[in-house]
Design a protein around this ligand. Structure first.
Ligand code: ATP
Ligand code: MG
Length: 445
């Protein structure tokens, strides 16, 4: 049985690598073998009926031993107790992917054959949550919550198939069905802790080895079912430095307009997730290059297309603002969400409000269509408006009565980023910050 610490990086080159392509916005993101202009993509083939694959009867079984300390001991307890009582139980989803890619998982999810009531009975400190799809939260010391979900299958198989967009997702199923309903092959690996085995119904191990994001089944079908998966593909490629296979890349470009059909609060949440984990620049670059940004935030993509920008204009500043987000995230953990939104939209907000008699009102007008399109919460929009109004005062070193408001610390971060993006020394802002308290910081979620 192979011991895997860390997971060996395979010798063959990945299909597509993003990291080294991204230092300058002038570099295009090119598929490994051909020059692919982002917008001239031949129409992807129409989805074939039933193109979502039938589960392999037997999963691929890959012996893998993770160092014990890498898997939360409470999760191990949960898995072992479920199995001892005759149920199937596995680690699933993002945690298995992250363990294989030698990253620290954010959290550990468990999938099991046990029904929610059966799980509930096994753990005194647990509760059933969710009305439509019921999950069990097992509670541990220090507020730790482990989510245990019963296997479910894609509801689509029970429909007439007339419409692809998935609206509900709540039918119990078996392990292979639960693997197949997931979005990407790397997210559909199950880990059997007792057997020290990865169970793979979808070819996910091969994609982990190749370090690529690939949908389970036909990419266009999967993106039309749930367009938010487009953003998830960009997020995983950017965050984990994975390639995107050419067919998936083409389908992202081809289906990007479908994002307008997705539930708007999911869009704004997913945009924040693109910014939070330390690879904001890379991920926004991918979103721009695939045309996804044109659909979600045309205000930003317009600015990036400005051919006159020699690096000192708004486009250059935007890339440097994103660099600032990534650097701060690496230093202090994720920034406050209001700060993230403000930095992302700072350049167009400034353009809309510079010279306006009432800066706040100009920013509010600018944000209105965005709030409509993406359901950005009013709380964030209000924060952005107040921060942008404060900026000129901060730049001139005057904090005045604002130094005691909650928005002050957020505005200091934004002002500091703005100085850095302009290539100026943010010392003056740091001095102001020391009067108003330390840098802002967002609690990890
Ligand atoms: P993260 O580290 O960002 O939490 P994750 O892979 O755990 O990444 P989650 O959003 O927590 O992502 O979702 C958990 C799992 O649920 C995913 O790994 C995937 O298998 C499945 N999943 C999530 N969203 C979708 C979706 N839109 N369509 C299909 N499966 C999904
Ligand atoms: Mg997760």
């Amino acid at each position: 049985m192979g011991r895997l610490t860390p997971y060996p990086i395979p010798p063959e080159p990945p299909v597509l690598r993003v990291a080294e392509l991204l230092p300058s916005p002038a570099t295009r993101y090119v598929a490994a073998t051909e020059e692919l202009p982002a917008y001239e993509v031949s129409p992807a083939p129409l989805p074939v009926e039933g193109s979502v694959p039938v589960p392999m009867a037997e999963p691929g079984r890959h012996p893998v031993v993770f160092e014990d300390a890498r898997i939360d001991p409470d999760v191990q307890k949960v898995l072992r107790r479920l199995v001892r009582h005759g149920h199937e139980a596995y680690l699933v989803g993002g945690c298995v992917r992250d363990l294989l890619l030698d990253r620290r998982p954010k959290d550990f999810d468990v999938a099991t054959s046990a029904r929610p009531e059966q799980v509930r009975e096994l753990f005194r400190n647990s509760r059933i949550i969710g009305r439509r799809f019921r999950l069990v939260h097992v509670l541990f010391q220090g507020g730790k919550v482990i989510e245990v979900a019963t296997f479910r299958k894609s509801p689509k198989e029970d429909d007439d198939g007339a419409e692809l967009l998935i609206k509900s997702d709540n039918v119990f199923g078996e392990a292979p069905e639960d693997a197949l309903r997931r979005d990407f092959t790397i997210n559909a690996l199950f880990y059997d802790l007792e057997a020290n085995q990865i169970l793979d119904w979808v070819g996910g191990m091969e994609d982990v080895r190749r370090r690529v994001v690939h949908t389970i089944g036909d990419p266009e079908t999967r993106f039309r079912e749930d367009p938010v998966r487009i953003l998830r593909a960009l997020k995983f490629a950017g965050r984990l430095d994975l390639g995107i296979t050419p067919d998936v890349y083409d389908a992202i470009v081809f289906c990007r307009e479908a994002l307008a059909l997705a539930a708007r609060p999911r869009l704004s949440e997913e945009i924040l997730r693109l910014l939070r984990r330390g690879q904001a620049r890379r991920t926004i670059y991918l979103a721009w290059e695939t045309g996804v940004l044109d659909v979600l935030l045309p205000e930003l993509s317009a600015l990036l297309y400005d051919a006159d920008d020699d690096g000192n204009g708004a486009a250059g500043r935007l890339w440097r603002l994103l660099d600032y987000i990534d650097r701060r995230t690496a230093e202090d953990g994720p920034l406050d969400d209001t700060v993230l939104w403000t930095l992302l939209l700072l350049e167009p907000m400034k353009e809309a409000s510079d010279g306006a008699r009432d800066r706040g009102a100009a920013v509010a007008d600018f944000l209105e269509p965005l709030i409509e399109r993406l359901a950005i919460s009013r709380r964030y929009a209000d924060g952005m408006r107040r921060i942008v109004t404060l900026l000129p005062k901060l730049s001139s070193g005057r904090a005045g009565r604002f130094a005691r408001t909650d928005v002050f610390r957020l505005a200091v971060d934004v002002a500091e980023a703005e100085f850095v993006a302009r290539g100026e020394n943010p010392e003056r802002i740091r001095k102001l910050a020391s009067r108003g308290g330390s840098r802002s910081r967002r609690a990890e979620n």
